[in-house]
Write a protein that binds this ligand. Structure first.
Ligand code: ZN
Ligand code: ZN
Length: 389
């Protein structure tokens, strides 16, 4: 069985919520309509609702028929600054924004599970359904933790889920240890001396230094880090200059570092600084570095990872649960919840991901075929942690 019968009956409702959310995308900490819709639905399910955590976050508290521990189930609910290229009826009605990561689907799945759990309450303990803002870039997960998520609600373990294009439809993948990478950003400012482009010897050229620097930074992964430690250093922006015949005073480079280990992050920060200073010295200019650690790696604790795997296996069978997937160099702010409490983050296969249906693509749309599988997974997690009474 891959879908619980009670959840299968909710499919039409869940698709309706999902399409409504997709048509009304809201980005980081501005999920006002989304948050109000979630709160309204949870109240209509008879669930105790707490709003305003990290501004737009919502927590629903579902008490079982018998006392027991607290478990947290988390969905993200923010959209992205991506102009949508789809033309179907539920396309984004907000120019420049869209649900290109499937958080509309994550929200609908958790709403479906919440409705079912509130109707049955056949478990010993309490379920907190956590709807989190600003997963993309802005660390809504950290904001929820800082706003007292775990003080206000005595959640002992916490579970997260992401739809995963490229993984077979309805399959699951989870591993103990790192599942997704850390997310650091850096900005290097190269200050030279502007000059006429025809007379470079009269200035100090920041552009040639920038070009050398992009190449040199690639040696951090190939020559500084242990070959068995995963790391990516990507320069994603180069800014400098305004016209054809002027060597600009300044060039600015920005980029991101991904890793699974704080030692590797330390190494990257130290080497980016040294390499930038060294290149700057070579060309007689100055370099400044801003290095910011945004998200820690998403690391699954052994106990919750076992429970997540057992829940997925109970639902779809062992042959559809990969217990040793390759970690992703992508990042996820569920990591902040996992730093506060032991947790497990699982991927739910969304199918081949062809024809633009990859995460963050302007042609992406959440695959509605997995709504009921995801909601059933949440119910199975509750069964695994809190049992059935
Ligand atoms: Zn995303
Ligand atoms: Zn996402």
């Amino acid at each position: 069985m891959s879908v619980l019968p009670d959840i299968a009956a909710l499919k039409e409702l869940m698709v309706g919520w999902r399409h409504d959310l997709h048509a009304h995308p809201e980005t980081a900490f501005e999920e006002v309509r989304t948050s109000a819709l979630i709160a309204e639905l949870l109240i209509s399910f008879g669930i105790e609702v707490h709003t305003g955590l990290a501004r737009t976050g919502v927590v629903g508290v579902i008490r079982g028929h018998a006392p027991g521990p607290w478990v947290g189930l988390r969905a993200d609910m923010d959209a992205l600054d991506v102009p949508e290229s789809n033309v179907f009826a539920h396309r984004s009605s907000t120019p420049g924004k869209m649900h290109a990561c499937g958080h509309d689907g994550h929200t609908s799945m958790l709403l479906g599970a919440a409705r079912h759990l509130a109707a049955k309450r056949d478990f010993a303990g309490t379920v907190a359904v956590i709807f989190q803002p600003a997963e993309e870039n802005e660390g809504g997960g950290r904001a929820m933790v800082e706003d007292g998520l775990f003080e206000r609600f005595p959640i002992e373990t916490v579970y997260g889920l992401h739809n995963w294009p490229g993984l077979e439809l309805g399959h699951f993948a989870i591993r103990t240890g790192p599942q997704m990478a850390s997310y650091d950003i850096f900005e290097i400012t190269l200050d030279g001396q502007g000059a006429h482009a025809a007379m470079p010897h009269l200035g100090r050229d920041s552009m040639v230094a920038a070009a050398q620097l992009v190449t040199a930074l690639q040696t951090i992964a190939s020559r500084d880090a242990n070959p068995l430690d995963a790391i990516v250093v990507s320069v994603t922006q180069i800014h400098g200059g305004d016209t054809w015949n002027v060597l600009p005073q300044q060039a600015v480079l920005r980029g991101t570092v991904r890793a699974f280990d704080a030692r590797v992050q330390d190494l990257a920060e130290r080497r980016i600084s040294q390499i930038a200073q060294g290149i700057a010295a070579t060309f007689g200019i100055r370099a400044g570095l801003r290095y910011e650690r945004r998200y820690p790696p998403t690391v699954n604790a052994a106990g919750p990872a076992r429970i997540a795997a057992a829940a997925a296996t109970a639902l779809v069978g062992a042959d559809k649960v990969d217990l040793d997937p390759r970690p992703s160099m992508g990042a996820e702010d569920f990591a902040f919840l996992q730093q506060a409490r032991p947790g497990a983050y699982i991927w739910l296969g969304a199918g081949p991901g062809q024809a633009g249906c990859m995460l963050h693509n302007p042609g992406y749309d959440f695959n509605d075929e997995i709504l009921t599988t995801g909601a059933s997974y949440w119910v199975e997690v509750v069964r695994q942690v809190l049992g059935v009474v």
